[in-house]
Design a protein around this ligand. Structure first.
Ligand code: 7TS
Length: 407
């Protein structure tokens, strides 16, 4: 595509062409789930039309084609996040499942009462609750890196929070509620200096910026397909090969074994050891197609375009009376959380909807962030590279409408 062409891009997303209540749809809820280009939809349709069969087990032609497509997607993921090897790419249901897998198979066996798990105040519930469950079970402690009013991590005490008791640090690269981009590379380096393994939750990062697990040097990296233009029900756990090798499987079943007898089961090699049962083959193929699509648009190009959208929207909202932006970090991805004075975010969301503007109103599965600001919820517009400046204008019009109605 060369230079970023928003008109060409939008043609690939047929869902965006519709009207809602007589208004052109402005889909600004991409942090919850993104839309899918026809290339992704067709890749999955083609699989079901032509190649549908189970993987890794058929001698027949269809099974071989399904396996090639499934494993081909794994290599695309490897390149996309710059992992060293396909063995480091485990397909899971999504970021949530990946974090639970690490909690269970990596951290649980080495966790003792009194040990610590380090997260931050701005994590999604998916990167809080699995650790809390583990802490409750073992008697370990959940330690939380604080945040500032702007919605940045307060790293003034960070060095002290990394202790000899810390068994893992698990941090979101981009906050879904605030848009903050966290300095995960520096934080990983500091954790490693004290021998602490690191998991990075990249769910809100991969749709918006280049991903490089070797550059961050994290031990684990997790994300979901559905936020990066691929289907729901498919996600990725990246883990350094040496660590995955040492870990016991989480779920048992078919495909994750080399041999089974009633006396003993020998587990399969990486990454299959962690992929029990028939996987989400079509979803995986869709994820591969989404990566091809993002590469064809150009990840640097879409990142730059989204920054322009974010700046445009931030300036517009900042200039309005009665609007409070929640999350004003210096480095942000394209998430804009805000409050309209005197109006509950749920009412905001409902009135927006009647003007075709789709946003999320709620706590965004980040209730500690809401508690920090002393608010029940925010209205959140989150942009993807297929959004336009006109859609930002529609957002502004919708805000004015709310203010009129509640005046
Ligand atoms: N981590 C982050 C940072 C997220 O934003 C989300 C989902 C998850 C993990 C969990 O992903 P899942 O695909 O396993 O559910 N975030 C949101 C959101 O912001 N609105 O809806 C879901």
């Amino acid at each position: 595509m060369g230079i970023f062409d928003i008109h060409a891009v939008r043609k690939d997303f047929p869902i965006l062409e519709q009207e809602v209540y007589g208004f052109p749809l402005a889909y600004l809820d991409n942090a919850a789930s993104s839309q899918k280009p026809i290339q992704v939809i067709e890749a999955m349709n083609d699989y079901y039309r032509q190649d549908n069969a189970n993987v890794h087990r058929g001698v027949h032609r269809l099974s071989q084609r399904a396996t090639d497509a499934y494993e081909g997607a794994r290599s695309k993921v490897r390149d996309f996040i710059h992992a060293k090897s396909d063995k480091e790419i485990v397909f899971v249901r999504g970021a949530t499942e990946a974090i639970n897998l690490i909690a269970h198979s990596f951290v649980r066996p080495m966790l003792n009462a009194g040990d610590e798990i380090l997260i931050s105040h701005m994590e999604h519930h998916a990167n809080i609750v699995p650790w809390q469950m583990l802490c409750d079970e073992i008697g370990a402690k959940l330690i939380v890196i604080p945040m500032t009013d702007r919605g940045e991590l307060d790293l003034s005490t960070f060095d002290d929070l990394l202790t000899s008791k810390t068994k893992i640090m698990a941090i979101g690269e981009v906050s879904n509620a605030l848009g903050t981009i966290n300095p995960v590379k520096m934080m990983t380096r500091k954790a490693h200096e004290k021998g602490i393994p690191v998991l990075i939750d990249g769910a809100q990062a991969v749709p918006h910026m280049p991903a490089d697990v070797q550059d961050i040097d994290c031990d684990f990296y997790v994300f979901s397909g559905h936020k990066m233009f691929a289907p729901t029900g498919i996600g990725v756990l990246y883990g350094k090969e040496a660590l995955l090798e040492e870990m016991a499987p989480w779920q048992g079943g078919g495909d994750m074994i080399l041999s089974v007898s009633f006396e003993k089961t020998q587990y399969n090699v990486l990454p299959y050891k962690f992929e029990a049962g028939t996987p989400n083959i079509a979803g995986t193929i869709g994820l591969g197609a989404a990566i091809d699509y993002m590469n064809s648009v150009g990840i640097e190009a879409l990142a730059k375009y989204e920054q322009d959208l974010l700046v445009y929207a931030t300036n517009k909202l900042t200039a309005m009376d009665g609007i409070r932006i929640i999350g004003t970090a210096e480095n942000k991805a394209s998430v804009l959380s805000f409050m309209i004075d005197g109006v509950h975010p749920h009412d905001v969301g409902t009135i927006f909807d009647q003007q075709g503007v789709a946003i999320r109103a709620g706590h965004h599965c980040a209730q500690p962030v809401m508690q920090f600001y002393g608010i029940p919820a925010t209205a959140r517009a989150s942009f993807a590279f297929y959004n336009t400046m006109e859609e930002v204008d529609a957002l502004v019009d919708a805000i004015e409408k709310v203010q009129e109605l509640f005046a």
